[in-house]
Design a protein around this ligand. Sequence first.
Ligand code: NAD
Length: 440
Amino acid sequence: MQPASKVASTFAALKEKIESKTARVGIVGLGYVGLPLAMEFAKAGFHVTGIDVQPAKVDGLNRGESHVQDVPSEEVAALVRNKGFHATTDFSVVRDLDTINICVPTPLRKTKDPDMSFIVSAVEAIAKHFHPGLLIILESTTYPGTTDELLLPTFEKLGYKAGEDFFLCFSPERVDPGNPVYQTHNTPKVVGGITPACTEMGKLFFSQALDKVVPVSNTRVAEMVKLLENTFRMINIGLVNEMALMCDGMGINVWEVIDAAATKPFGFMPFYPGPGLGGHCIPIDPFYLSWKTKQSGIEARFIDLAGYINGKMPHFVVEKVQDALNEHGKAVKGARVHIVGVAYKRNIDDLRESPALDIILLLKKLGAKISYSDPYVPELKLDGVSLTSESMEAAAKSDCAVIVTDHSDFDYQALLDSARLIVDTRNAMKAFQSEKIVRL
Ligand SMILES: NC(=O)c1ccc[n+]([C@@H]2O[C@H](COP(=O)([O-])OP(=O)(O)OC[C@H]3O[C@@H](n4cnc5c(N)ncnc54)[C@H](O)[C@@H]3O)[C@@H](O)[C@H]2O)c1
């Protein structure tokens, strides 16, 4: 334990650097989460160093080229030019940094267990160049306990104490790619530290660049906040997908049901069915929680059930396509099926976990010939399938068009005019009535 005066001076020194914006900020992992965060701190007047293991991303950023849709290249270029931002693959820069946010991926293994290898590798690389006085904040979505069970021992093994020699926090990232209203700077930021001093430092740090900071009492609470938010979405989507299956069986239009229910001014929040879950968060994060709670003998039953129902949706869409083709006297084998939109959600370029991928593979297996249009995804490679995005005219040549992603740039009127048959999994054709349209 350090004498109280030394602890106070370590705290005061970093506080002064953060408040005067002379603290050297480091962001590890420059993807959908890390790059926007790096930009916010650079725009707030800090010098930001981005660290990533992919040399192509680092070189591109240093040339002023953004690889993240929500971050304009002009913004990166201007910040590189005025020396507010630069990127590197070299972790030895940690020696000169005062703060580090870790924004690396946290995927699932095939067994649905957390894959912590990216966090472990980033933390080990930081530990090699660790120095007292650092503020380290984990942002990657993970199971409760990661910060104090995995990160804390790595740094304390070096002989330093959290809250005295360095500051360690967890702060869940809430970025919503493509959201025109809520971006990094105006989405409230939750932060919890290993000690109250860590929380205070984390709060001070974020409040320099972000509009609102919400401190919580420790890292486990902060980790659980993110899992509650994403589990809430996953389960409600599961519920409404089950409603869609029920409505289909009873010949009821589920979209009309939801719109009418949403007129209730209290106690109801609309969620919408779709072709299945996608993205790096909702299909994955709840399984971090169920994996962890199993260790304490608690089964996460809602998560398992919602996971099962959501996982069925691509199969249900394929059944709809098959039935629709059959009704038009066509078999799926040999039919030309045009997929409209393959990104996991509207107006973004992210393909991760997109249900379109499952739908394409399932239809291919049944012998359909697949083409697709997506202005955000020029090419697509998966399990031996290699496709290039085609113009929407390809929909007219197909036997069935399947709307999987309802991008705003698609001309739905033109699609209706030209296509023979449309399976609409997103209610993108809400404004139209036609026998050609089969809704989810
Ligand atoms: N994308 C989202 O919408 C979103 C939203 C909220 C939270 N999250 C969470 O944030 C985290 C990051 O997600 P993302 O979407 O930004 O991922 P991403 O794949 O877009 O970016 C991660 C970056 O980290 C880099 N990286 C990997 N290992 C590294 C290492 N050892 N050292 C340095 N860099 C390394 C990769 O090269 C990549 O550029 C995940 O835990 C995710 O669950 C993502």
